[in-house]
Design a protein around this ligand. Structure first.
Ligand code: ATP
Length: 248
């Protein structure tokens, strides 16, 4: 039996400012319940791919000019980012965008903005987030801008969880974090995947740690997917070892 894909993008091209062709026909799929890594160097097009999916390109004068994006079996290209969140797909932006002047708890509560269910449910989910991120519970009253990089990354993921997503697009979760904290974040990703059934597409430059946790990976270079396979086979691939894992 073939697992259903929660996300499927087919042959998309993205242009910035009507001229620069940045994605040159990117196709990938995420099976429901999968953790898929989108790998590649700085500038390869990972962030642009995620923004194309969540419809966040427009603010940067970017647009999808070709191809097709389906989430939960439905075409989602024309939707607003908010509508996509309502349908269960949310992006956590690179650089842990927390509201620095708000407390951790208020940041988390902003994540519930698309919800129409009651306060009791939202409160219950807040407790769920705190159970996954005990550090956030400890620091719930602290102004986010004064917490550590790791805590802000946790806060950004926690805020996304408050929208009750079926899928999270996670951009560079390891960026700027010490190795131990990177592992901590990825362990939580794995738990959320296992316990809550959240599917993940994560963009990462850190191939090592990403392939430890992902089930499948795609490698991007200059706006194209150049290689893909299950995590195990990518870890064993000689080119991947040489160019991305730092062992020759
Ligand atoms: P990073 O690790 O920096 O996120 P990336 O693989 O995610 O790298 P993108 O940020 O998607 O790469 O960038 C892909 C290409 O698109 C780069 O050449 C970049 O210079 C270009 N680019 C990104 N944003 C814009 C923009 N707003 N306008 C024009 N070009 C852009």
């Amino acid at each position: 039996q073939v697992a259903e894909d929660i996300l499927s993008i087919n042959n998309i091209e993205v242009i910035y400012d009507h001229v620069v062709l940045v994605l040159k026909g990117v196709s990938l799929t995420v099976p429901r319940g999968g953790i898929v890594a989108l790998l590649g160097a700085n500038g390869a097009g990972k962030t642009t791919t995620l923004k194309a999916i969540s419809n966040l390109l427009q603010a940067e004068r970017g647009e999808v000019t070709k191809g097709n994006i389906e989430f939960q079996g439905k075409q989602v290209q024309a939707l607003s980012p908010n509508e996509l969140v309502r349908r269960g797909c949310i992006q956590v932006m690179e650089g842990r965008r927390c509201f620095g002047h708000l407390s951790i708890e208020d940041n988390l509560m902003t994540g519930a903005y698309t919800r129409t269910d009651g306060n009791a449910e939202i409160k219950r989910d807040l407790e769920m987030v705190y159970d996954y991120f005990p550090r956030l519970r400890e620091r719930r009253g602290s102004q986010a801008g004064y917490t550590s990089g790791g805590e802000q990354q946790m806060c950004a993921v926690g805020r996304a969880l408050m929208s009750r997503p079926d899928m999270i697009l996670l951009d560079e979760p390891s960026m700027g974090l010490a190795p131990q904290l990177q592992e901590e974040i990825f362990e939580i990703v794995k738990k959320l995947n296992k316990n809550e059934g959240v599917s993940f597409l994560l963009a990462e430059q850190n191939t090592n740690v990403a392939l430890k946790y992902a089930t499948y990976g795609y490698i991007m270079e200059a706006g194209r997917i150049v290689l893909d396979g299950d995590a195990e086979s990518l870890r064993e691939n000689e080119d991947v070892k040489e160019f991305y894992l730092g062992v020759g």
